[in-house]
Ligand binder design. Structure first.
Ligand SMILES: [Zn+2]
Length: 470
């Protein structure tokens, strides 16, 4: 049997790993995740690159969670001939229905807009890439097979698999795959993305006791997060101060996971008497959909979250939580002169309704902008974090007089300490450990720490395209 890495090797996005082997003379091929490359100039090229395998020969895909960098190229794989099942947790199916269709919509819209401009002579260069259509994304969704955490399934004779909770986002899983190769049984464990221990929204990642082959993520393999307690303190201070001065608080956040975590955190702070009655507007159709979906899968959340939710159901008037329905209502929020908390996507402030809020709120010194996630270079979010006095929003120069805060402790990923804690759950060193899903520096540093602290020997940081016998 061998494994080949086609993404998330020396980088964070594009998770897709091919496993190939033979059972009783029958060859098999399957993928763990099939994600999109995101950000960076060459992401398009990587997404479009010719495949060194025939998609029709892939027997099945095991999907660890819904994030686009793990699921985003599935419709393309299906359109190219993959006909097998895609295994995932029920909540992941519900989430990718939203995420993949949205991704396809955006691609189609961008293309059509560019094409219209081209006809008018207003478009230079190549038209934007469409990796798949809405129709193809819809067709791919019919290949999904759902299994709950702990439920064993048998994709092909000789391979048994099950999911464990990764505590990262709703439906996120660690994949445990047992392959009966001739006389040898090999256990492959793929961590997927691992959540933080002690996070409010999600339960702790399940510990796994044994693996022959381990794939572990390393997004924050070289960093430590601030504690949730510190984050709460920061939020309480910012909100109390801003409210006292009669300002608004604008919080850009990722629609899936982060928005729900912030809502729960705010409600829990009201519940504990740390904050007064709040007026919260959630202004993002995707965040609204993801929040309603989270309510449907409450039992998958951390017990603490379930308690906060139950309290809120009995004390609905303690927090005025509104989901903004349409663009008109969204624009009306710009007329609120104080006392509002506006949570909106996208996370990096580049598109969507958040842009309007960042057009109207920054010039006012009593307002506050609270950044809650990673902001890539070159984005409006990053310029705000870097405290630029002027930023360009919707083609206009805006002066930033509002205070800008960065809340560091909300992360859907375990930090170095969390990752090590998870690795210590293994009773003995796995035969081979592949460090994936981290930028080169993070992956290499984390590999060194594992060798040093856990005394594990076979720790490998693969590069894209690398193939290893296992
Ligand atoms: Zn993820």
């Amino acid at each position: 049997m061998h494994i080949q890495f086609f993404g998330a090797a020396g980088e964070v996005t594009g998770s897709r790993h091919l496993l190939e082997g033979e059972i009783n003379g029958q060859s098999f091929k399957f993928m763990i995740d099939y994600g999109m490359f995101q950000g960076g100039r060459d992401a398009d090229d990587k997404n479009l690159a010719d495949l060194p395998f025939n998609p029709a020969e892939i027997d099945f895909v095991i999907l660890t969670h819904a994030h686009i960098d793990h699921s985003g190229l599935l419709p393309r794989l299906s359109a190219q001939g993959f006909k097998g099942p895609i295994y995932c947790i029920p909540a992941t199916e519900a989430l990718i229905k939203i995420l993949l269709l949205d991704s396809a919509h955006i691609q189609e819209n961008d293309f059509e807009r560019a094409e219209r401009k081209q006809k008018l002579g207003k478009w230079r260069g190549e038209l934007p890439t469409v990796l798949y259509s809405v129709k193809q994304a819809t067709e791919c969704l019919s290949q999904i097979k759902r299994y709950d955490y702990g439920q064993v399934y048998e994709p092909i004779p000789g391979i048994e698999a099950h999911f464990r909770n990764a505590g990262h986002i709703l439906g996120s899983a660690i994949a445990v795959i047992d392959v009966q190769e001739d006389k040898n049984k090999k256990r492959i464990v793929a961590s997927g993305d691992l959540g933080m221990f002690g996070s409010l929204l999600m339960p702790d990642p399940d510990l796994i006791e044994s693996a022959d082959i381990l794939l572990v993520e390393s997004t924050y393999g070289d960093r430590l997060h601030r504690s949730l307690k510190e984050t709460e303190e920061e939020l309480v201070t910012v909100i109390t101060e801003t409210m006292r001065h009669g300002g608004n608080i604008v919080m850009p956040a990722f629609a899936v996971g982060r928005v729900q975590e912030i809502i729960l955190l705010l409600v829990s702070l009201v519940k504990n008497g740390r904050l007064p009655h709040l007026n919260i507007w959630v202004d993002s159709p995707m965040a609204t959909a993801a929040t309603h979906l989270t309510e449907k899968f409450l039992e998958d959340l951390d017990e603490e979250s379930q308690d906060v939710y139950a309290w809120y159901q009995k004390n609905l008037s303690a927090v005025n939580l509104k989901f903004v329905a349409d663009v008109e209502e969204s624009k009306a929020l710009n007329r609120i002169k104080g006392g509002a908390i506006i949570i909106s996507a996208s996370g990096m402030c580049e598109a969507g309704r958040i842009v309007h809020h960042l057009r109207w709120n920054p010039p006012d010194s009593q307002n506050a902008i609270v950044m809650t996630g990673f902001q890539a270079m070159g984005t409006l979010g990053r310029r705000l974090v870097d405290k630029s006095p002027m930023v360009k929003v919707m083609g206009k120069e805006i002066s930033v007089k509002a205070s800008v805060h960065t809340i560091g402790g909300l992360s859907a990923h375990a930090d170095q300490a969390g990752l090590l804690r998870w690795l210590r759950g293994f009773k003995k060193a796995p035969g081979k450990v592949f460090i994936i899903h981290g930028e080169e520096k993070a992956a290499h540093n984390f590999a060194a720490i594992i060798k040093d602290e856990l005394q594990w020997e076979h720790v490998i940081t693969p590069e894209r395209g690398n193939l290893f016998p296992i």
